[in-house]
Structure formats: C-alpha cells, structure tokens
Design a protein around this ligand. Sequence first.
Ligand SMILES: [Zn+2]
Length: 109
Amino acid sequence: MPCREQRREIRRIALERIKRLFEMADAMFNVDPSLSHRYVELARKISMRCRVRIPRDLRRRFCHRCYKFLRPGVNCRVRLAKRREPHVAITCLECGNVMRLNLRGLKGA
Ligand SMILES: [Zn+2]
C-alpha cells in the first residue's frame, strides 16, 4: 500500500496522463477517430485505477454512454437551452445519448 506522499504523486502523474491523452485524442481525431476513442478509453482506465476524477472541462469531451471522443459539429451536437434551468445539451451522434450540463454554478463555461 503506497503511503500518502506516494499516492499524491501517483495521482499527479495520472492526471497529467489523462490530460495528455485528451490532447492526443483531439489531435488524432482528424486522422483516425478510432484512435481518439481508444485514448478516451485509456484515460478512463487511468482515472479508475488511480481514482482520479477526469477534470470537468474534459468530461464533456466524450460520451458517457458509449465513451467515444466527441467533437462538436462532427459526431456530437451542442445546443444551448435557456428554458427552465439553463443548460447545454450535448447529443452524441454515435449512440444518441444526451448529456445535459447545468449552467448554474458552472464557472468558465
Ligand atoms: Zn455515445
């Protein structure tokens, strides 16, 4: 069992790798989307194994049902809904899943 210091270091590295994987997913999407989906899968595995949360700005970059990397205008649709609770609706065009992000209390969105 790693001690607290070590665990913090593991999590720091894990977070860096997750960010790097999403950067690569973004860069490779034009070349081969299946690679991007693979990078998302790897990032999720690191996140689960090291128990690190995927940062909020990256959480909306992939579908939470089919776990595919999402690029607006290509394989997902982003709509702003102002009625009732203002939210952003992201529809995954791979599987049809709709994710709703509440805008209230969301900084920098
Ligand atoms: Zn999906």
